[in-house]
Design a protein around this ligand. Structure first.
Ligand code: ADP
Ligand code: MG
Ligand code: ZN
Length: 471
């Protein structure tokens, strides 16, 4: 869909990142995903009378990591607030969140557009809150239509990161989220798994006539569970608003649910004003105080993030910037590259292998590098065999596939299957003599100065030797 040049979209994202703490934010229940429904509960996260919340220090520290990594400001005093609403997956009847004094303020997310342009999106705030439970609506309820509720997720820590309305296209919204996920992954504070709901996004969308400065009325989109659906939902909504305004209508502020099946969005409920939530300071929790020393400690513990790591890979290993960007896309992939280079110090050769064979294999196997069966040492051993002339580059690719299939090492496979490269003159000359005898015309052409036919002979020799001849 080409954007309509007469209108400018304005987008602000509210991203919820589930912090990967072991326990929930206000109680000792496990925060892990996928347990037996309603098995991770206690009086605190169920909101039973008299139970008191205790703040999880690790969740606070994870929030600080993200805020500092995006150059935001950690508030020295932040306050938890009750956000009151009724929903079956919220047994307490309120959610503990932060309101006018969030833990983080400001900061920015910086990413590159497809053409390399640097895009900077400002952040309004980042606040800590607890997650709600999950409702299940069986697809084929039969005679007993029921909604099932799993409250395991109640009290799982979330960091809500709210962007300024700085985003100007559906594609940028997706790139912004991808950069945020990458940052959360590098910080090791969120798995970023959108299918499991560890990273969720509500998109606020409005349009205005090109050249106008005031913002239009916005709608809020929910229920997108991949980067692609974020992009599609926003593009859909932009088009819907433009068509509405063009036909004389007006956008009303409401919440829309994205439907992945039909690729359309439908109104869910009219949007609450914040006054509907009756926010008030959480009486069971003291204000959270964070001193400079704590901030300094967290700042000092921050890892190198993708952009600076890419720059370092170029500097230290002399690989092209393109390679460095691909390799630092995820922290585990960059770790894999550096560990392989440590064992086989030929960075460009390692980079070539990872960017082609390894990434292809990951894609075929629908795997992440963390689950990849060939460890960095294993890949280094294979490259060493090629480098030392023990096997040819062609054979190396077969050995690589066989390492994946069998889990055996490169050396074992080469020895067991007799794949060692033939570099021995006597053996090669025998093959070559036979070829010359079998192709007298080509041999004559070569002697007459048509040296291009050499390629033909090399190809034939590789074929005859089962790829083992040293070309
Ligand atoms: P609320 O309190 O209703 O959540 P906020 O002011 O906190 O509203 O804004 C929520 C999100 O909506 C932010 O990401 C912000 O950038 C975005 N936003 C605000 N106004 C607009 C607008 N007119 N068009 C698009 N997005 C907007
Ligand atoms: Mg909001
Ligand atoms: Zn609990």
């Amino acid at each position: 869909m080409t954007p309509n040049p007469h209108y400018e979209p304005v987008i602000g994202l509210e991203v919820h990142a589930q912090l990967s703490t072991r326990s929930k934010i206000f109680c000792g229940c496990s925060a892990s995903f996928g347990a037996e429904p309603n098995s991770h509960t206690c009086p605190v996260c169920l909101g039973l009378p008299g139970a008191l919340p205790v703040l999880n220090r690790q969740a606070v520290e994870y929030a600080m990591r993200l805020i500092l990594a995006v150059n935001g400001e950690v508030r020295r005093e932040s306050v938890f607030a009750r956000k009151n609403y009724f929903y079956p997956d919220l047994p307490k009847g309120y959610q503990i969140s932060q309101y006018d004094k969030p833990i983080g303020e400001g900061g920015e997310v910086v990413f590159r557009d497809d053409d390399g342009t640097i895009i900077t999106i400002g952040l309004i705030r980042a606040h800590l809150e607890e997650d709600a439970g999950k409702s299940f609506h069986p697809e084929n309820p039969g005679a007993d239509p029921a909604t099932l509720v799993d409250v395991n997720r109640c009290g799982v820590p979330l960091l809500e990161i709210v962007s300024k309305p700085d985003i100007r296209s559906a594609h940028h919204a997706s790139l912004y989220m991808q950069k945020l996920r990458q940052t959360l992954e590098y910080l090791e504070i969120c798995t970023g798994n959108m299918e499991e709901g560890a990273l969720r996004c509500d998109a606020n969308v409005s349009i205005r006539k090109a050249g106008e400065t005031a913002f239009g009325t916005r709608t809020e989109l929910k229920n997108m569970n991949s980067f692609r659906s974020v992009e599609r939902a926003i593009a859909f909504e932009i088009e819907r608003q433009i068509a509405l305004v063009e036909s004389g209508g007006a956008v009303i502020q409401e919440t829309l649910l994205w439907d992945e099946k039909t690729q359309t969005a439908h109104p869910m409920r009219s949007k609450e004003e914040s006054s509907d939530y009756r926010y008030f300071p959480e009486p069971d929790l003291l204000p959270l105080h964070i001193d400079n020393a704590w901030i300094a400690r967290v700042r000092a513990s921050l890892p190198e993030l993708a952009l600076s790591r890419a720059a370092r890979l170029v500097r230290e290993h002399g690989i092209p910037e393109y390679d460095a960007t691909v390799l630092t896309d995820s922290k585990p992939l960059a770790d894999y590259f550096e560990a392989t280079v440590a064992a086989f110090p030929e960075p460009k050769k390692v980079s070539n292998w990872i960017m082609t064979e390894v990434l292809r294999a990951l894609k075929d196997r629908n795997q992440g590098i963390a689950e990849f069966p060939i460890p960095p040492n294993g890949l280094a051993e294979l490259l060493q065999l090629v480098e030392g002339g023990a096997i040819s580059g062609t054979v190396a690719k077969d050995v690589f596939d066989s390492m994946l299939d069998t889990g055996r090492s490169a050396k074992e496979i080469v020895a067991a299957e007799g794949l060692t490269q033939i570099s021995d003159d006597t053996a090669l000359i025998a093959i070559i003599d036979n070829l010359i005898a079998a192709h007298p015309d080509q041999a004559a052409e070569f002697r007459a100065g048509k040296h291009r036919v050499l390629g033909f002979f090399v190809g034939q020799a590789m074929k005859q030797s089962g790829g083992k001849a040293n070309p």
